[in-house]
Ligand binder design. Sequence first.
Ligand code: F6R
Length: 608
Amino acid sequence: MCGIVGYLGPSQNSVQIVLEGLKRLEYRGYDSAGVSFIDEHNQMQNFKKAGKLENLKSELVGKNLVARTCIGHTRWATHGGVTDNNAHPHSNDILSIIHNGIIENAHDLKSQLEKEGVVFKSETDSESFLELVTFELRKGMPIAQAISQSFKKIHGNSSFVVLYPKTGEIYAIKRGAPLVAGINDVTSEALVSSDPYALAGMVHKLYFPEDEVLLHLSAGNHHLINFYELDLTKTKRYLSKKQDLSVQVSEKGEFEHFMLKEIHEQPELIRGLTQYYFGGEGYESLTRVAKLKPMRILVSACGTAAYAGMVAKDFFEGLNRIPTIVELASEFRYRNPIIQANDLGLFVSQSGETADTLAAQAMCKKAGIQTVSIVNVEGSTLFRDCDENLLIRAGVEIGVASTKAFTQQVLTARLLAAALSGKLDDADYRVKLAGKFSLLAERIDQLLANIDNIKNIAESIYHKKGFFYTGRGVYFPIALEGALKLKEIAYVHAEGYAAGELKHGPIALIDEDIVNIAIIAPDLYEKTISNVQENKARKGIIVGIGQLGDKEGTRLSDYYIGVDFKGLDELAPLYINVVNQLLAYYMAKFKGTDIDKPRNLAKSVTVE
Ligand code: F6R
């Protein structure tokens, strides 16, 4: 969703620093960008433009950008169209603000303020916060109090950064939306952002404030950043952590897109994960979670992470016989789900900031059960809110379409299943499981070294009308994930279906312009073959993904991708998933879409 960066310090280059931070946040998806800064004459300057960051940069060419304090924003439109006017910052003569989230009562607030004579310049909900704070300031309230009082009046999840030109200071506050601050105490710089990644290499220490903690960034502060409760008493309600992210991860290297780079990173990440959990620090966290001995596991997540949860269910039920319920977090949070003592709430997320997943976690916590995350971003809100965390160690995922995170999430769930079975201490078992992980990494390496067949098939089918991905059992979530990847980056209609289910309706759609990407796995082989036959009989184009050398699969398929399932057992779905990732990637490439930043999408969905 929206990206936020604020800088305060001795450097006169604050605008460039903020633009660099915003550039790093481009991967999250956005449609406009803007900055406010205090120039060398102590005047506030505001620039904002719809479209890419480049548009904003062009607008800034030739301007005097000497400034020590700056805030910047990349917007992902919710309230109001994509226009210069609706872009952030929103400012008036005394204040400038940037916002990430949704102000649910904006309409009411705006009506009240309009009655007081306020004239709004944009269609956004965000501007209501600007004018609310301004209203209090005009009444004579000091700035910190004006912000905290106004914040109390808004509903919904949001984070705000406020630039106050009168003192040259920055304030920030959040509820249920990501916010991180950082300091470089050598250079006396303080920064704030919606994503620690924007601050990589710029700060030594990160601070993750809890909800409703007001941050005050000031060059005059002994601590550069001070933290306050809403009643303005000092607080320690924040987590601090050394900043150890590297900036290099943001480079594509030899790859044309981040998505392709991230697909290729998978074998190394699998090896890293094995080491972390079998030989390293991860082992302790697994054993702690296993000690919880849950009677049931309630998995909540969204999108790709929810599909990873579906594969995890297969492990927990198949290997551990622990009843597991997987629900989309956006549904779970608004139902009245049965949550029982001894249930374990398990939340899967790459970003750790997905609003619905956070709400599901909060519900489970409130119900009094233990909550555990399978998460990528250490220090994210989910990471902080859960009782225990299992890190997936995928590194920064820049491509909006999640690839490597899925693989690591599923493998982390497999490790949790191993821990829950009590066999993790058994050396033979560990060697066997580590061997399987290593075989998976090897097979993916081989696949990535021989992608011509997949590329050629992608070229032959990318222009077709629609795609049905089919699979049975644990390959059903893989079919769902394959279809999701294709639709999000190639903008083509695709659906994932349990292979046996097509004949209950969707088969009516099959004709010579519809492709069935059929996962023909060794499990339920004959039944799957029959399903493929049904689609072929209706002239569907069959792309079979099955065992190398399988005659029947090859004969039935118009195009066949032979893979070696042997020895991978329950990890084989991950191998097939990489085939689907590559198919989606190359189809999108032939279509010429913006693969790393597909239209309408954001990397981290921080609004519900
Ligand atoms: C799809 C994709 C999304 C995310 C979903 C959850 O490629 O990336 O479906 O999986 O928005 O995001 P996280 O994992 O950050 O909670």
